[in-house]
Ligand binder design. Sequence first.
Ligand SMILES: Cc1ncc(COP(=O)(O)O)c(C=O)c1O
Length: 361
Amino acid sequence: VFAELETPAVLVDVDVLDRNLTGMAERARAAGVRLRPHAKTHKTAQVAGRQRAAGATGLSVAKTGEAEAFADAGFDDLFVAYPVVGADKGRRLLALHDRIRLAVGADSVEGAETLARVFAGAGRTLDVVLKIDVGLHRVGVLPEHAAAVARQIADQPGLRLTGIFTHAGHAYGGQTPDAVAAVARDEGRTMATVAEALRAAGLPIATVSVGSTPTARDSMVVPGVTECRPGNYVFHDRTQVALGTCRLEDCALTVLATVVSVPADSRAVVDAGSKVLSSDPLRPRPDGHGLVLGTRTTVARLSEEHGVLEVAPGDRFRVGERVLILPNHACVVTNLQDRIWTVSGGQVLEPWSLIARGRVQ
Ligand SMILES: Cc1ncc(COP(=O)(O)O)c(C=O)c1O
């Protein structure tokens, strides 16, 4: 398959991609919420352009450097969905603020102050969105502390508090689709309740932003939610299939690899290791590092350049054969490549450059 490509190579089926893109855009339209997809999944101007064409109001990114890359590519409404801290970042955000509509996340008074000083010093105002912890327990302010922190952030010269946002990443631990849906409903309801409490305290909360791929469907329809920020949905991956978020045929991104060794009947080795597939575990339950499509064989172990297949009964591999692997987590795969190859109907189309890859600062 795809004999013209050298392996390992990352492929994206554009027909599946477009179906995923338009499906989510229609869902957001029907729910009456704005769609601000997280661009860290694809890191490409081409997918971002398709998201915009399908109705996205802007993009979310995780890093200041990702925002710079997308601003350079002509995207003029960006939200850095991360608690950005530090005067160095503040100065880069100030430069971005000159040319695009920009908002950033915050979850502490101290962190927000580091940006406020830069913006107030320049006589400018940065839009800030407060991160709420609805159960992931990573970053974010607990709902009961939101009003106090929001007030202190809103009072800082150089900042304008415009809303609240969350990411219910704990949905990835949901053992059943019902458990995932329950997390999603709770995500939406908690955010709507926090927004009402902040408004009652006199804070003008316009944006109530939820978002992850597993929870998007059920959280965006909760009354009071105004925006959704799913990222992974453009490609999906083995984890989304395991969670019940999508079907196998909804996965757009695969890794094309060559079998380089078959040392035993039960073991074959491909040229895609952790440098390509990443070491991310399958969620919600660990099970190797990828599935060989069309077989029951999984990538059981990884080293940097080796993906060790545990050959399932009935499957057979030969040296030189090419296989398509569905990775556990598509978003990290795109951070490990310079480009992805688009394909359609078994034909290779063109490479897309991953303009925001490796932008870790
Ligand atoms: C803050 C934030 N928003 C949105 C997303 C998108 O979530 P998903 O990739 O599940 O669609 C992520 C992903 O990690 C995130 O961290």
